[in-house]
Design a protein around this ligand. Sequence first.
Ligand code: PGA
Length: 242
Amino acid sequence: MKKKYVFANWKMNNLKEDVSSYLKELKVLVGEHPLYHHVVICPPHIHLEMVERDRPHVVNLSGQDCSEVPKGAYTGDISAAMLKDIGASYVLIGHSERRQHHGENNALLQKKMQEASKAGLCPVLCVGETLEERESHSATEIIRDQLSIIEGYSGACLMIAYEPVWAIGTGRVPNVEDVDQMHQTIESILKEFGLQAEAILYGGSVTPQNAAAFLSLDSVGGVLVGGASLNPQALYSMALGA
Ligand code: PGA
């Protein structure tokens, strides 16, 4: 099986002590049996340095978001260059929680994609439809609109995460055939733009129980895991690729 990606999106969870014990446990597990898939941890920005310092060396780092501007008077924001500087290789862009709670729209996200790639990060553009949009059969149209911001994208690296909003943190997942179909649709939209993603990830209620089914699809280049990734044992078992 091709090596794929397992992204651990910690969201706004874990205090220093939790990060420390998580990394200790992960190191022990990795020492016992090496990981098969690529693992990328997306900690809250304040913990990036700690994860960078104490991570098992095979684990890479990602930001959960970055600013749309390179630097300046933007209180509370973190630039893409700062993420790169602290050791991140990736950054999530347009996660549905950012779209929902911070009103992030296509125009803003297009700037973030550019900033991320200019800083040498691989941006992971998150797209996904709501339940209402899915039930009204407009999922493909929504995804196409969310992807429209990368028409003309010229960065060295690009990843997409397909995360149906209704599957995030709900325990509900689309069936594997639907994921396969949407990933193929995404691939063909990218092709229209003359683009190819390093990987198209699936995200939304991924667990050690269902990860293998998604990862077995050729169209799925990895998984973006939220809740389940807060347990190092669970992250480890998904990354073993067994
Ligand atoms: P979840 O989150 O695995 O808890 O559903 C996924 C995500 O939001 O990236």
